[in-house]
Design a binder for this molecule. Structure first.
Ligand SMILES: [Zn+2]
Length: 174
């Protein structure tokens, strides 16, 4: 598994990259400075008024078949709020406005994809939805599960950061 910090060659001139700091690679030939910063992601705690949240089952690796929160990577030239609204539509067929979502906190994680381990930072949101809302799982979501906040299957949650966030968020509400 390659960490992003272990990249060997400069993408500009293909000379050797040298590590200058924990988060900086510098090209030995053209002096390109390549900083390793986290990729931004979002996730949403969708809650109904029965004390339940909605989990998604992942279709693709990493962690295919594990549970996750709706959400995903933020596109370039997109605000985090826009990305939340887009992901809810793509993954669940749910229409929501930016004013319906509330920012909670962030958490850090890693995301392993095709042999590279990327650093990520997740921006966690919350939104209230109606009990009878129609959910249409699509895109990278196989199915959804409404689960009581006291019965969240933490051992089956795909990402450590998301599980840690939910544990801490719901313990502070208890
Ligand atoms: Zn170079």
């Amino acid at each position: 598994m390659t960490q992003e910090i272990d990249f060997k060659y400069c993408p500009q001139c293909a000379a050797l990259f040298l590590q200058h700091a924990p988060n900086l690679l510098v090209c030995s030939a053209c002096d390109l400075h390549y900083y390793i910063n986290p990729r931004s992601t979002n996730a949403v705690l969708l809650q109904n008024n029965k004390n339940q949240i909605l989990l998604t089952k992942r279709r693709f690796d990493p962690y295919a078949g594990k549970y996750d929160l709706p959400g995903g990577f933020i596109n370039i030239n997109e605000s985090v709020e826009e990305s939340v609204v887009r992901e809810l539509k793509e993954e669940l067929g749910v229409d929501m406005n930016i004013s319906d979502i509330e920012y909670l906190e962030s958490c850090f994680d890693t995301y392993e994809f095709k042999g590279v381990n990327y650093y990520t930072v997740g921006l966690m949101y919350r939104a209230q939805i109606k009990n009878d809302i129609v959910i249409i799982p699509a895109d990278d979501v196989v199915s959804v599960l409404w689960v009581d906040i006291n019965d969240i299957p933490y051992e089956d949650i795909a990402f450590k950061g998301v599980a840690t966030f939910m544990k801490s968020y719901f313990s502070s509400k208890a």
